[in-house]
Structures are given as structure tokens and as C-alpha cells.
Ligand binder design. Structure first.
Ligand code: SAH
Length: 230
């Protein structure tokens, strides 16, 4: 075992303090157009303030935990804005029991959303430190069925394919063919595409082995989906 990882204590007091903040965040997300009740319920349930880079986060960051901001999670990466997470999750049209591939585990907040909504989650991360931390942290929070993989998201997980849904949480220069192949017919891929400052959210529905319906909706800012291993 390497360095010992210490997590914030999840206390009853914390919960009372932050529950109100989560309710207000849910109201904000509703105002911004999120309507899926299961997505909003998951946002209301998950203690987002526990997901930041805990070596540098306290105490200033906790104050912003429930504002709609992207904040550092370590290894030069950021947790996505709550709106972005809610938007991507809504676009996945999740059903309980869906087998979901997530690319870019990061701090695991999006992962927890998927698990909270009853998905069977397979999550890939290329940064070893984030992979190591999050695979301990989510079970600690009670999400025990998620499977974590250290590797390159461009390749997906052929050994576990096909997936009902795939979500990429980093800005992609193009849509990787391996991910399209690993999606079930009828499945949905949500991926932000664009190499510059901003990405456009692409939502692809696989209509047959060879065809997709694509919707491009809204502009977002993601850290890059990197092509070579660190
Ligand atoms: N959804 C997460 C992470 C968002 S940041 C959260 O909200 O915390 C995007 C993540 O994608 C980072 O952790 C980054 O290391 C990871 N990533 C970037 N390129 C990748 C690749 N090729 N394969 C797997 N993960 C990758």
C-alpha cells in the first residue's frame, strides 16, 4: 500500500449544514432547464462538498461546493460544474440497471450520480492518483458496485462491452470510433467535442450497427480528453 488516504468525515452536522445548500442548487438547476426528477434527486442526495482535492481544499472551497462552479480535484483536473453534470446525466436518459461506461472518473462525482440513479457503472481514469483515490472514496460513501479502471478512455472497455450508455467527461477532439462500437443499438453516447476553449455537447443515439442520430446542444468548458497515457 502507498500513502494513506484520509477522507473528510461524513458527519450528521455536515449533512444538516449542506442539505439546505443542495436544495438551493437543485432550484437553480431547475431554473436553468434541468427537469429530470431522478437527476435532481441525485443532486440533492450526493454530498458534493466531500469530492474536492482534500489536501488543498479546506476551508475556502467548501463554501463554493454547491455553487455552480468547476473546482480543483487534484492532478490538475477539475470537477465539472453541477449544471454540466446534471445536463450530461439527463441526456443519458438513464434507466435503473443500465450498464454505463464513464470516461474520466476524476473525483467520482459524476460516477456517484450514475450509481445513485441505479446504473451499473464502469469508470475509466488515466491519472493514477485520481484513480487510486476515487476507487477508495466511492465505496467509503456507500457506492460499492462501481467498477474502476486505470487506463485510456479512447479504447473504452471492449472486455465489458456493449454498454447501454457512454458518457465522456473531458473535451474530445473527435468522437472515438471504439466508443461508438461499444455502444448497444438503442444506446446513447454523450460527449463534449471541440479542441479549443469550448466544446459542444454531442448526443448520439445508435439506431443500428452502422447508423447514429446526432444532436449538438450547447457550449461547455472541459479539461482535455488526452490521447496518450501520462
Ligand atoms: N467527471 C469528473 C472529471 C472531470 S475532469 C469530475 O467531475 O470529477 C476529466 C477527467 O478525465 C480527468 O480526471 C482526466 O484525468 C480524465 N481523462 C482525460 N483524458 C482521459 C483519457 N484518455 N482516459 C481516461 N480519462 C481521461
Amino acid at each position: 500500500m502507498g500513502e494513506r488516504t484520509v477522507f473528510y468525515k461524513v458527519s450528521k452536522e455536515d449533512e444538516y449544514l449542506f442539505q439546505g445548500k443542495r436544495k438551493r442548487l437543485v432550484d437553480q438547476l431547475r431554473t436553468k432547464g434541468i427537469t429530470n426528477a431522478d437527476v435532481l434527486k441525485a443532486i440533492e442526495t450526493i454530498p458534493r462538498h466531500l469530492f474536492f482535492d482534500q489536501s488543498t481544499a479546506r476551508p475556502a472551497m467548501l463554501e463554493h461546493a454547491y455553487s455552480d462552479k468547476a473546482l480543483p480535484i487534484g492532478a490538475g483536473q477539475t470537477i465539472s460544474h453541477p449544471f454540466t453534470v446534471a445536463f450530461q446525466t439527463e441526456k443519458l436518459e438513464l434507466k435503473a440497471g443500465d450498464k454505463v461506461l464513464e470516461i474520466g472518473t476524476g473525483c467520482g462525482y459524476q460516477t456517484a450520480m450514475l450509481a445513485e440513479m441505479g446504473a451499473k457503472v464502469f469508470s475509466i481514469e488515466r491519472q493514477k492518483s485520481l484513480y487510486d483515490k476515487t476507487k477508495l472514496f466511492l465505496p467509503y460513501l456507500g457506492y460499492r458496485s462501481v467498477r474502476f479502471f486505470y487506463g485510456d478512455g479512447y479504447k473504452g472497455l471492449p472486455q465489458h462491452a456493449p454498454f447501454d450508455k457512454i458518457v465522456v467527461t473531458a473535451g474530445a477532439p473527435y468522437i472515438p470510433n471504439d466508443l461508438l462500437v461499444q455502444l448497444k443499438v438503442g444506446g446513447i453516447l454523450v460527449i463534449p467535442v471541440g479542441e479549443g476553449e469550448q466544446q459542444e455537447m454531442n448526443v448520439l443515439k445508435k439506431t443500428s450497427e452502422q447508423s447514429f442520430e446526432k444532436q449538438v446542444i450547447g457550449k461547455f468548458k472541459f479539461v482535455p480528453f488526452l490521447q496518450n497515457k501520462a
